[in-house]
Design a binder for this molecule. Structure first.
Ligand code: MF3
Ligand code: CO
Ligand code: CO
Length: 300
């Protein structure tokens, strides 16, 4: 928690007591170790997010029928190393690869491997996280491979719409719970459900910082008020069927839907600013097109 006489976390240079102290109810946030980034840290987050976005632009054209998920991992790894950075998932809690690739009924944390080939009709999420000079960018997209079923398209479009609405709906002074309030009704309208066991997260020099970002309607995050300098991910994991998931016992990582239904996800790393929010992981092509998340199209 920021002390009254400490510099204001918003970066104004004024003392906290003369600046944002009344904008937020700090007491209610007690116990939540949310790190409000300094202007210097924010700059480093921008640099990390920018590289991560470039990596996403680089990998997109490779996500096609016939490529193995292991090959995707190698391409991600080599591009990252070539630019002098580090894949943040590699060895993170013993995760063995440089990105997560989650196909069809895999919700998240899919481990890329050479035997798994992208096939006609698949949906696949590519989740990229890079450590750039000590700060992290984290983002993911779901792709449609070949000719995809109407149910799969419905799921991916629902997930995209919900993620965009949540990103657009946040601003300083609002409660963190706004995210679940926005995401869940949209997703339910499409007949899909919001995964509860896996969440978004604060991010900075650590991969997973406070706060926990829930994507379903909830009371827990009501007392957390968004304020300038917070950086966290929005990354709804949405199932075509029920929201229940389980983790693979053998590899300890792969998370699948319990009912075997498809799952999709989009993720960006976000900064709360004085006036609204800034998406740190927009890719160069997204900036050019003026979009937040690419419109999923079937890749032949
Ligand atoms: N990138 C994932 C996220 O969005 C986390 C992956 S952790 C790993 O939070 F260990 F599975 F790679
Ligand atoms: Co994340
Ligand atoms: Co991620």
């Amino acid at each position: 928690m920021t002390g009254r006489n400490e510099p204001c976390p918003c970066g104004s240079g004024k003392k906290f007591k003369h600046c944002c102290i009344n904008k937020t109810d700090q007491k209610k946030q007690k116990g939540k170790n949310i790190i409000i980034k300094t202007p210097e840290q924010i700059e480093k987050m921008r640099v990390a997010g920018k590289f991560n976005g470039e990596l996403m632009d680089y990998i997109r054209p490779f996500i096609r029928q016939g490529i193995s998920t292991g090959e995707i991992n190698r391409l991600v790894h080599n591009y990252t190393i070539k630019h002098g950075h580090a894949p943040a998932t590699l060895n993170y809690n013993k995760f063995p690869k440089s990105c997560c690739v989650s196909r069809n009924n895999i919700v998240c944390h899919g481990i890329p491997n050479d035997k798994e080939i992208l096939l006609d009709g698949d949906i696949v999420n590519i989740d990229l996280t890079t450590n750039v000079n000590g700060y992290l960018g984290d983002q993911s997209e779901t792709f449609l491979i070949g000719e995809v079923s109407p149910a799969a398209k419905n799921l991916v479009l629902a997930t995209r719409e919900a993620a965009i609405a949540a990103i657009k709906g946040i601003a300083p002074g609002l409660s963190l719970s706004i995210i679940g309030d926005i995401v869940e009704p949209i997703v339910n309208r499409y007949g899909c459900s919001v995964v509860r066991e896996y969440t978004g997260h604060g991010i900075g020099s650590d991969f997973h910082e406070d706060p926990v970002v829930l994507h379903h309607r909830n009371a827990e995050s009501k007392s957390i008020i968004l304020q300038p300098g917070m950086t966290f991910t929005i990354e709804p994991m949405i199932n075509a069927g029920k929201y229940d998931v389980f983790t693979d016992k053998k590899d300890g990582w792969t998370v699948r839907t319990k009912d075997g239904s498809l799952s999709a996800q989009f993720e960006h790393t976000i900064l709360i600013t004085e006036v609204g929010s800034e998406i740190l992981t927009l890719t160069p092509s997204q900036k050019e097109k003026g979009i937040i998340i690419d419109i999923p199209k079937e890749i032949k």
